[in-house]
Design a protein around this ligand. Structure first.
Ligand SMILES: [Zn+2]
Length: 387
């Protein structure tokens, strides 16, 4: 089977005009220029490219409608989410997953790293997936010093310690002792707010009050006096299979530690602007060569799950950064972070590819694709009739 499109744009900079994909057994075996009079399935004048990888979501929160007028600050929003989670109706979780997955697919997302509470794991393994889901179980709350290792290894792809300011260091240590040979892949929210930094440095402040209100034993978070990354370094959590989410308040020293450890940073731009009115130091992270990927976060902090809008947001706030670098965060970078490995059109399964109606500007292919993306003009190549 041969599929033709006016443009084929890969994440590695390859742009071909009047190009075709040779497909065998559901996989692209070659990307090349079309030959004259060659018979092919012609998609049209748009672009074939890779489906996106969303490295941070909490799909079970897909029924929360983010409403900026309801919260004055991050602490307010946090208290709102705590109330929402306390009153969560578990029988609505499958419909929340369906909502989030349907929306992600409509925006060209091929794979989602989804953070799921422990109670969701067995409930959702029967769920018929219409997307590639990478599941991380979330450790948050009290009484979780020991978790079932077999449950983690059989039903999940990794562990999400919610954050260094919400999960006692003592708890993280005890759970990791259950994996003596090698830590499972880990993702964790870090350096997101000033409350977190203050609490980790001093053991005091509004975050301490919130934890006490929730019945946490503050002494289990000791020792204090370290930055978020230094705390993770002490716990042995940083490595190439660790994805650190947000990272809005990093010191130079922390960036150097992350570079040395090869950890990934997942940026959630619109969520960060909505909740904190700031973004991570992206140009500096790129300059250091940090491994980067992109996430939307959940519908509790953004109005939709479009990674294209997140890419646009980064292009607007960092006009000096090459659009290609931003596109790579949402494709190749994300695939490396979630363990899918090398992610490029040649060799890809066709169900990971999308066709986008777009008038590509050859001088700025990635920027023009990001700005012109419209879900109404997008198709999944694996779902085309006649293939
Ligand atoms: Zn999150």
């Amino acid at each position: 089977m041969i599929i033709r499109s006016k443009w084929i744009l890969d994440s590695n900079g390859t742009l071909l005009e009047n190009a075709v994909l040779d497909i065998e057994n559901g996989r692209v075996i070659q990307v090349r220029k079309a030959k004259c009079y060659e018979k092919s399935y012609d998609l049209g004048d748009g672009v074939v490219t890779l489906g996106l990888i969303n490295c941070h979501n909490h799909l079970w929160l897909s029924h929360v409608n983010y409403d900026p007028s309801s919260y004055n600050n991050f602490l307010d929003w946090t208290k709102f989410i705590i109330r929402y989670v306390d009153e969560y109706e578990k029988d609505r979780v499958l419909s929340a997953l369906e909502t989030g997955i349907a929306q992600s697919k409509a925006f060209g997302t091929y794979c989602i790293l989804d953070i799921q509470p422990l109670w969701m794991l067995e409930l959702c393994c029967e769920f018929k997936l219409d997307i590639k889901l990478v599941r991380y179980v979330e450790i948050l709350g009290k009484g979780l010093d020991e978790i079932d290792k077999a449950l983690i290894l059989n039903h999940t792809d990794g562990i999400c310690f919610h954050g260094p300011h919400t999960v006692a260091s003592d708890t993280m240590r005890k759970i990791l002792l259950g994996f003596p040979n090698k830590n499972p892949p880990i993702t964790i929210h870090i350096a997101e707010s000033e409350y977190e930094i203050e609490f980790l440095r001093t053991g005091k402040g509004p975050w301490k009050e919130l934890l006490i209100e929730r019945g946490f034993d503050i002494s289990r978070f000791a020792p204090f006096g370290r930055s978020p990354c230094e705390r993770l370094l002490d716990l042995g959590i940083l490595g190439p299979e660790t994805i650190l989410v947000h990272c809005l308040h990093l010191t130079q020293k922390e960036i150097q530690i992350l570079k040395q450890k090869g950890s990934f940073i997942c940026i959630c731009p619109r969520s960060n602007l909505n909740l904190h009115k700031r973004l991570p130091p992206l140009d500096e992270l790129l300059r250091y060569g940090i491994n980067l990927c992109l996430g939307t976060d959940s519908l509790a902090s953004v109005i939709d799950l479009s990674l294209w809008e997140d890419m646009k947001c980064l292009l607007e706030h960092f006009p000096q950064i090459e659009p290609k670098s931003i596109f790579q965060m949402a494709t190749e970078g994300g695939a490396q972070a979630v363990g899918l490995g090398h992610y490029s059109i040649e060799g890809a399964v066709i169900k990971s590819l999308i066709y986008v109606e777009s008038e590509l500007d050859v001088k700025d292919p990635y920027g023009s694709l990001i700005y012109s993306f419209d879900p109404k003009g997008m198709k999944w190549i694996g779902e085309l009739n006649g293939l």
